[in-house]
Design a protein around this ligand. Structure first.
Ligand SMILES: Cc1ncc(COP(=O)(O)O)c(C=O)c1O
Length: 371
């Protein structure tokens, strides 16, 4: 059995992977922190400064003294809570140390040196690097002109390869663009044999409910689909490390050997508590994000700055010059922004923070953009 620990060990041995894996390393917190002032606005890793809901904080505080045990006996409560929340059977649920663990296990289970992971770029590049580091074949095709996934081409590539894993991030990171539910529907119903569709919905809860549709409905229909969700984004608990996947029972069974199947006890308690608040918490946070995003877009429009319309808690802004030195200069102004996402070399990915963060962003951005 390959546990997460041994799997991560293999990655480190594989060479570059050890240096690449993890949003934190790529985002630059680790390198940047010593020089970063305590007042830094962290707009680089699509975190949510609203933080964990109060009930989750209380659950963690109360649980801390009991964290000497693994608490395997409590994992079932989280599985049940997720199953109830997503209206799937408990057997169709797996939880992970963030959704990263769920994604990694799907790559292990469904891609190989001959059956590729197929995706469109630019997307969540860590996944692509991870698959390559694990010796999996990877096929990348460009996103469409509208920044959505070209679903017919994805299916064609899977047919050509005789199957594999299609990774579709919706909304997509880094473009914050949405692939229409009709396109996802087409793909699910035209999946070539031996092909699993993985839909990464890390940011779905930020999408306008009129446009959003979770692919979990296809799990309920017993399709060849795995869907990942996380408590890191709208729930504001990136440091808690809790995520989950929903899939048909046999797909879960194929991924399970690659999971550690133990997540931090405080994460179990925090996630279970947060789910109880979902009905009020999510609309409140989504509305707040929509407001902050709308205000930023208005401001960008007023300054004639171009950007990709966003459906998430981050936005890609065209700085009309090489983004790397621009980001470095933003950092010196006290605003950490996203890493470069080639080939979008003039685009800056900015996480939507709170009002104070966005104020600092505007100040720093205007100073640098106008020079
Ligand atoms: C698209 C996407 N998927 C998955 C993740 C991983 O999140 P986590 O492991 O914290 O759930 C991220 C993190 O930024 C992401 O952007």
């Amino acid at each position: 059995m390959v546990t997460r620990r041994s799997f991560m060990g293999q990655l480190a041995v594989a060479g570059a992977a050890g240096a690449y894996f993890g949003e934190t390393l790529i985002a630059g917190h680790a390198q940047a922190k010593p020089a970063a002032p305590s007042t830094m606005a962290w707009l680089d890793a699509n975190e949510n400064p609203a933080g964990p809901p109060r009930s989750a904080i209380e659950a963690m505080v109360h649980s801390a003294p009991h964290s000497w045990r693994y608490h395997f006996d409590e994992f079932n409560a989280l599985t049940q809570a997720i199953a109830q929340s997503e209206q799937v059977a408990p057997e169709q649920v797996m939880f992970g140390v963030g959704s990263s663990e769920v994604i990694a296990s799907a790559i292990c289970a469904f891609a190989s040196a001959t059956k590729p992971m197929i995706t469109a770029s630019p997307t969540y590049d860590i996944i692509v690097q991870l698959a390559r580091a694990m010796g999996k074949a990877v096929v990348e095709i460009p996103l469409t002109q509208q920044w959505s996934y070209p679903v017919k081409q994805l299916a064609a590539e899977a047919t050509k390869a005789g199957g594999g894993l299609i990774y579709l991030c919706n909304p997509n990171n880094p473009t914050a663009s949405l692939t229409a539910k009709e396109d996802v529907h087409w793909l699910v119903n035209n999946l070539p044999p031996d092909t699993v569709l993985f839909v990464d919905e890390a940011y779905l809860e930020f999408v306008d409910p009129n446009l959003a549709e979770s692919a979990i409905k296809y799990v309920r229909d017993q399709k060849n689909v795995v869907v990942a969700r996380t408590f890191s984004k709208i729930y504001g608990m990136a440091g808690v490390r809790a995520g989950f996947g929903c899939a048909r029972q046999d797909l879960i069974a194929a991924m399970n050997p690659f999971m550690d199947n133990v997540i931090p006890y405080l994460g179990v308690r925090a996630a279970t508590a947060a789910l109880q608040e979902k009905a009020t918490l999510l609309p409140e946070r989504r509305n707040n994000n929509t407001r902050i995003r709308g205000e930023l877009c208005q401001w960008l429009d007023a300054h004639k700055v171009r950007y990709i319309p966003s459906h998430a808690n981050f936005i890609m802004i065209d700085v009309k010059r090489e983004v790397r030195p621009f980001s470095a200069a933003m950092f010196r102004e006290g605003v950490a922004v996203g890493r470069p996402f080639p080939p979008l070399n003039t685009m800056l990915r900015v996480t939507l923070g709170n009002d104070a963060d966005m104020q600092r962003f505007r100040q720093a951005f205007l100073k640098l953009y106008s020079t």
